[in-house]
Design a binder for this molecule. Structure first.
Ligand SMILES: [Mn+2]
Length: 369
């Protein structure tokens, strides 16, 4: 029996200002292209079961466009592939209030799609051969009160969850930690969502990773493939299937502007662009130790030409007093809220001309007022 495991689709994700000829946000269209490509590949693979491990939608209330496109793709998939689908809600689409329903409930109207949106639930699939124990985001808040066990009545026991398995793996806020003892039960497969990079967690447990670069820090994922996992429950062989459609992303080496004049800095920035074709790509150039006086003399006409070539060209400029940190390296679970907010704000990319000091101070003032 073969399972396909997808996670963190983030359908409806939007970023930057580019739009398609149909007026749709370019990145939203990119994410849907990746989704379509994944479904096309899955149709060819003819698996027995498809697991979607949360964050199917990017927000709890997606736009009508995102809902309609998702519904259309899944109805088409259903007409071309018999594999049952089980999906759980992640932190991005979970609803906390009692007077509303999770958007995933809508998908359960398509034949052979089961969704688990809030409570822990074990779902029987594949004619009673397999059981999928589902732990959506909301169920993890009181995980200590949940009886989790494999069921010997079934040939295959699977676990699907959306949370943080190892605190070193955080690229999104608001996930719950999963205790190690849950993973150590004799599962035939553990399908995890929440961490956006494909990862083998040991034994039969995997993060499939996202299907496109939709994390807070896409630059950290610039080099990696996005895709999904195919797992054979009988041979325990896993295969990662990369997708072609995720937009190419380039994070150029950091330029240290200390002791450079504006012309020399412009030259270094242009050199990087000349080495790789940035057309239609997502591009970041970080510049550190850049005094205001040099910043104002830079060749902005040249920079605008890079911005029109790429789908997104981010020139991330830091003045000498700001220490650059890799935004994934700070520990999200330590320090006071204002310490964490400060680190977060110091690392956000800002439009040219906005003082980082003012930006950070303003942000922190919202916390104290
Ligand atoms: Mn996610």
């Amino acid at each position: 029996m073969r399972v396909v495991h997808l996670a963190d689709l983030h359908l409806g994700f939007r970023a930057y200002s580019r739009i398609t000829s149909q007026g749709i946000n370019r990145r939203e269209a990119d994410v849907f292209a990746a989704f379509r490509e994944a479904l096309e590949q899955i149709i060819k693979l003819k698996p027995d079961l498809v697991l979607m491990a949360g964050d199917i939608f990017h927000v709890p209330r997606p736009t009508n466009l995102a809902i309609c496109q998702t519904q259309r793709e899944l109805v088409r998939f259903r007409s071309l592939c018999d594999a049952e689908i089980v999906a759980i809600a992640g932190n991005h689409e979970s609803i906390k209030t009692a007077d509303n329903r999770c958007i995933l409930d809508l998908l359960s109207l398509i034949p052979d799609i089961t969704v688990v949106t809030s409570k822990p639930e074990a779902i029987e699939v594949c004619g009673g051969k397999a059981k999928v124990f589902c732990l959506p985001h909301n169920s993890l808040e009181r995980l200590d009160q949940v009886q989790i066990a494999t069921d010997p009545e079934f040939d295959y026991n699977l676990l699907m969850l959306h949370g943080t398995v190892d605190s070193d793996r955080i690229n999104d806020y608001g996930g719950y930690d999963i205790p190690e003892k849950v993973l150590q039960l004799p599962w035939d497969y553990v399908a995890c969502g929440h961490y956006h990079s494909f990862t083998h967690l040991g034994r039969n447990a995997y993060y499939a990773g996202a299907i496109e670069r939709t994390s807070n820090d896409i630059w950290k994922e610039a080099e990696e493939d996005k895709g999904f996992v195919e797992f054979d429950l009988d041979t325990h062989k896993a295969k990662f299937h990369p997708l072609k459609s995720p937009r190419k992303t380039i994070d150029f080496p950091i330029i240290d502007a200390a002791n450079l004049d504006a012309q020399a800095l412009d030259r270094l920035i242009t050199d990087h662009v000349n080495q790789v074709d940035i057309t239609d790509k997502l591009v970041r150039q970080r510049v550190i130790n850049l005094p205001k006086s040099i910043q104002t003399q830079m060749d902005y006409r040249q920079l605008r030409s890079f911005q029109s070539l790429a789908v997104h060209y981010l020139l991330d400029m830091r003045s000498p007093q700001i220490v650059i940190s890799d935004s994934q390296e700070f520990t999200v679970n330590s320090g006071s809220i204002s310490d964490r907010a400060k680190v977060f704000l110091q690392d956000r990319s800002l439009p040219a001309g906005l003082s980082r000091q003012d930006f950070v101070a303003k942000g922190l003032s919202y916390l104290t007022n």
